[in-house]
Write a protein that binds this ligand. Structure first.
Ligand SMILES: NC(=O)c1ccc[n+]([C@@H]2O[C@H](COP(=O)([O-])OP(=O)(O)OC[C@H]3O[C@@H](n4cnc5c(N)ncnc54)[C@H](O)[C@@H]3O)[C@@H](O)[C@H]2O)c1
Length: 268
């Protein structure tokens, strides 16, 4: 197991990519705290899935877009687990799309508060704890293909996701010598629906189901949370020891192979 005995904290893990990473980390031997603003049966299910792997799992209801929410989250995580070895910044608000012309100050503030400010202060506090602990650590943030290229109505979201790519570069410089790595994963299209029944995730979307989108994805299928979770294990384990300040695209080839014209055509 690659994460035996590690204590991880993952934000926005009620469902989707966060849940996928939480369960995979548990399978690799980590105890996992999950933080989400929503507390319902699905959030509890993520905790149950962690515990079903024989690891300790705990839900901390938290708003990670405010420094007070972040402070209280760390208090509870550290009280329960005693330390933090891995942070995964993953939370995102449901409305990721807003046009440039009509965007309100309230929308701009909400996006920046969660996806830049929140990710920064979550990472800063994790780094402070890791430096105190003296045994290194891993800080992973979820960027996006929107951090590489523009789609219509993605100004605020895209700016945040591009900013995270730059943030981890500065973190790798400022945290030099502490054994802490800071990286991003930039997913492509990943199905984040809550699957039916007991399965962890829905099967990947096929060419037949979404021909316009996956036609230009080299892998010819949509992504699923476990695609991202596998890379998260690499970057948060000894396998990723020498990867630092990097953003890894896990997009089935979308950015590499999709021409701007092809990508724009699916949004028209
Ligand atoms: N799904 C995709 O196709 C895709 C593509 C590129 C990047 N990403 C990135 O991956 C990450 C996960 O995406 P997803 O689609 O799995 O998300 P999701 O919508 O399935 O889950 C996001 C979770 O964050 C929680 N959340 C929202 N605001 C919060 C707050 N203020 N405090 C705490 N929790 C909060 C939500 O309740 C939700 O459970 C995000 O950062 C997203 O930008 C996703």
């Amino acid at each position: 197991m690659l994460l035996e005995g590690k204590k991880a904290l993952i934000t926005g893990a009620r469902k989707g990519i966060g849940r996928g990473i939480a369960v995979r980390f548990a399978q690799e031997g980590a105890d996992v705290g999950i933080a989400d603003i929503v507390d319902d049966a699905e959030t509890q299910k993520t905790v149950d899935l962690i515990r079903a792997e024989g690891r300790s799992g705990e839900l901390f209801v938290a708003d990670v877009s405010t420094t007070s929410g972040i402070g209280s989250l760390y208090e509870r995580h550290l009280e329960k687990f005693g330390r933090i070895d891995i942070l995964v910044n993953n939370a995102i608000m449901p409305d990721q799309s807003a046009g440039f012309i009509d965007m309100t100050e309230a929308y701009w503030d909400r996006m920046i508060d969660l996806t830049l400010k929140g990710y920064f202060f979550m990472a800063q506090r994790a780094a402070q704890e890791m430096v105190k602990q003296g045994s290194g650590g891993r800080i992973l943030s979820l960027s996006s293909v929107h951090g590489y290229r523009a789609w219509p109505n993605d100004t605020a979201y895209g700016i945040c996701k591009a900013g995270l790519r730059r943030m981890v570069q500065s973190m790798s410089a400022d945290l030099a010598g502490h054994g802490i790595t800071s990286n991003c994963i930039a997913p492509g299209y990943i199905d984040n629906k809550i699957p039916e029944g007991d399965s962890l995730e829905s099967p990947p979307m096929t060419m037949e189901q979404m021909p316009r989108l996956v036609a230009y994805v080299g892998s010819h299928r949509g992504g699923v949370p476990s695609d991202i979770a596998k890379m998260a294990v690499v970057l948060c384990s000894e396998l990723g020891d020498y990867v630092n300040g990097e953003t890894v695209l896990v997009d089935g080839g979308m950015i590499g192979a999709g021409t701007p014209e092809a990508i724009r055509s699916v949004t028209d």
